[in-house]
Design a protein around this ligand. Structure first.
Ligand SMILES: Cc1cc2nc3c(=O)[nH]c(=O)nc-3n(C[C@H](O)[C@H](O)[C@H](O)COP(=O)(O)OP(=O)(O)OC[C@H]3O[C@@H](n4cnc5c(N)ncnc54)[C@H](O)[C@@H]3O)c2cc1C
Ligand code: SF4
Length: 324
């Protein structure tokens, strides 16, 4: 790890102040710093100004709103989210996903906004400066070719965020602030499937809150495969939300992470409106296979990650169908 390059840090006390600070050229939000700071110390990015969002009181609130939805400030920590009784009872998949991120010390600092907006990862990118220089860098930063998909003109680095798929499966949205005002987006629309571009945020835009609708008669869960249960990123992660009416699967939403450059929705049209049985499971498995583009961006073999993904989707859907 290198020393940080020269930069300024600002610590605004209000959302308006943060909007002004982040409108500055070369400014970047800093939340828990658990993703950003290790990356900067490896030379992965050179922001001129870091805008620390953790002093803005309104940004760490977690509350259940009058319409029954859950509102989480973007700087609420994952430990707070995973630990809060209202979240564990009303939105257990969100609490589970937040509680499975990294290790307990990370979760005390790491925030939901930072978790959603974390950088994509790749074995050829998350390396020291000298390692990357020795390998001629790569398309994502300073180089001109991708080592994973050699003839590609885009980066395939993988998105490994745990909480995004749970939020997507629950139809959550993000509130965004920026120089042009505020706007709201479905969580799925925050991401772009390009490992270098990552997010659909315009310059100066940042997340202020995440809103998750009431679950009503939906049931949902999140599961991940990782090398070490104590700390690691998902090699494959799956969120399933399901609504059962008698012997009929009335609604099914599946989202995946750890496979592509963005968390993605798996199309489930061929499965809903019927019973969850072996045939439906085979149809869903094909949809998962068609959606996931697992490449050699991590140390774990591609075949293992594909199989884990299929197994997790099947296991979660079976369990939720039975519980419902
Ligand atoms: C050893 C290790 C293990 C990890 N394991 C996991 C894991 O299992 N699962 C997982 O999901 N992650 C994992 N991470 C990544 C990271 O720790 C988490 O994703 C964490 O939630 C990031 O949140 P943060 O608040 O620390 O973000 P930061 O590091 O502060 O920021 C991350 C990125 O988000 C941007 N950002 C922060 N807040 C906002 C905002 N409000 N609006 C717009 N952009 C914003 C920053 O500019 C930066 O680009 C791991 C990291 C390490 C070092
Ligand atoms: S996928 Fe290719 S371009 Fe992207 S980080 Fe890895 S090697 Fe670099």
């Amino acid at each position: 790890m290198n020393a940080l390059h020269d930069l300024r840090t600002l610590r605004p006390a209000s959302i308006d102040e943060a909007v002004r600070a982040l409108a500055e050229e070369g400014a970047q939000p800093l939340a828990g710093g658990t993703d950003l700071l290790p990356n900067l110390r490896r030379g992965l990015g050179t922001p001129r100004v870091l805008v620390d969002l953790t002093a803005i009181a309104a940004l760490d609130a977690i509350s259940v709103q009058a319409d029954g939805s859950l509102r989480v400030g973007a700087a609420a920590t994952l430990a707070a989210l995973a630990g809060q009784a209202a979240v564990r009872t009303g939105w257990p998949a969100v609490a589970t996903a937040a509680g499975l991120v990294a290790g307990p010390t990370h979760r005390e600092a790491a925030t939901l906004g930072g978790n959603l907006c974390q950088d994509t990862r790749c074995v050829f990118y998350n390396q020291s400066e000298w390692w990357r220089a020795g390998n001629g860098y790569c398309l994502k930063l300073r180089g001109d070719k991708c080592h994973v998909v050699v003839k590609s003109d885009r980066c395939y680095a993988t998105y490994h965020g745990d909480v995004a798929p749970a939020l997507i499966a629950l139809d959550a949205s993000v509130e965004i602030a920026g120089p042009a005002g505020t706007r709201t987006l479905p969580v799925a629309a925050l991401f772009v499937e390009d490992g270098a571009r990552r997010l659909t945020l315009a310059p100066g835009e940042w997340l202020t809150a995440i809103v998750v609708p009431a679950m009503n008669d939906w049931r949902a869960d999140y599961a991940k495969a990782r090398v070490r249960d104590a700390v690691d990123f998902p090699l494959a992660g799956v969120a399933v939300a399901l609504r059962r009416e008698g012997d009929r699967l009335a609604g099914l939403r599946v989202a995946i992470t750890g496979t592509n450059s963005a968390p993605l929705v798996v199309p489930t049209e061929g499965v809903t409106g019927r019973a969850w049985d072996t045939e439906a499971a085979a149809t869903l498995a094909k949809a998962v296979q068609a959606t996931a583009n697992v490449l050699s961006t991590t140390v774990a073999p591609v075949k293992y990650r594909r199989r884990m993904l299929q197994a997790l989707v099947r296991r979660l859907t079976d369990e939720l169908w039975t519980r419902a």
